[in-house]
Design a protein around this ligand. Sequence first.
Ligand code: AMP
Ligand code: MG
Length: 463
Amino acid sequence: MTLHIPFDNSYAALPEAFYTRLDPTPVSAPAMLVWNEGLARDLGISAPDAEIFAGNTVPDGAAPLAQLYAGHQFGTYNPQLGDGRAILLGEVLDTDGVRRDIQLKGSGPTPYSRMGDGRAWLGPVLREYVVSEAMHALGIPTTRALAAVATGDPVYREQGALPGAVLTRVAASHLRVGTFQIFANRGHMEELRTLTDYAITRHWPEADGPMGLLAAVCAAQAELVTAWMSVGFIHGVMNTDNCTISGETIDYGPCAFLDAYAEGRVFSSIDQMGRYAYGNQPRIAVWNMAQLATALIQLFDDKEQAVEQATEIVHAMPGQLQAAWLRRFGAKVGLANATEEDQPLIEDLLALMQAQGADFTNTFAALGTDSARDQFTDRDAFDQWATRWQARAPDAALMAKTNPQLIPRNHRIEAMIEAAVAGDMAPFERLMTGLSKPYVKTDPDLHRPPTKQEIVPATFCGT
Ligand code: AMP
Ligand code: MG
């Protein structure tokens, strides 16, 4: 019996300049490790099939290809990147009629692999699985994880030989800022125009031309990054090739969640300058949108006017970010219509948290209960803040649906990976169960911040 996937491919119908057609590279011994039943149902995919999701069998209707793109990495332009270890199998229309990409990640080398082996090991695959699904449950736009398959082949990284795995990633699309940059920078105007039309049709059908597209993506990215901020998420590699046109979070490499609140917190071991620090993310989102603007401007004959329009759109972003921040952080302290006058109240709480190393998630989750003040060493200072806050009559129901009880804590992810490598998937299952209902307090031990010994100081790309 062969598995049926109802493919309906649009990217593969674009000109050859956008990709290289090739099949995934087979692996030795595919074994299904995790299968996302609910997502599979939404996509109309009937059953798990390790051969397909390891890349050993190309299913009927697939049009496998590696996508071409470029991107700014840590502020420096890399003129050619592309899927170096991913293959887009094709697209399906989900039960809501939304077109979704089905992509294998870790599926073997492509013409864009450069020095890489085209593979992934189990650790980053399960990390992406857990964190992307947790983000979805938190209500944050994100790519999803459909399957994780063990390959039976070793992958060699700094740590030595590690078990190989393939992730099936599902996305609204894999169009990135870098997809626009590559054609703009090569002066390939026809492709840039085709891509712009494709992106508008697929994601932002209301958008009027390239400037409408730019405005839509700016608004979506402002909302996305603020959603990250509100749950203490640090992406870690906000390069323009990891910045989507759809407004979904993509590429869970060295990402991490805040434990103790610190605005300048960085986890990624390769982010030496703190470019992608927690508090810097809104600024970087604007920077990334300026790169998209630069690419789209190429489409206009009247460059001066296009620059003027694009500048106005990008310059509107800080205001959008600020409004979104006030709405989200206002809700976190129970204020439905927070205004600029409420901002000091919120900022003062964050400053107290930072000065006293209070846990970001647990402090907000506990606000209004006695255990909130336990997060602070100087309880008088907190009590003074709480008195001011109570005077604003916070809405407890609003707080309950805004402040997650559970996030995927870094030390839990590390422990989960260690167990999985040793063949024990129980910690993975436990995390997934808890994280599927992040606004409910279910598993007290999973809510606990790391002890000093458990703190994960840095996350590694090591992917
Ligand atoms: P990322 O940091 O995952 O966004 O990757 C940046 C670029 O490096 C992308 O073009 C990836 O496809 C490529 N890449 C990352 N890891 C590998 C690998 N193991 N083999 C080949 N290409 C890779
Ligand atoms: Mg990437």
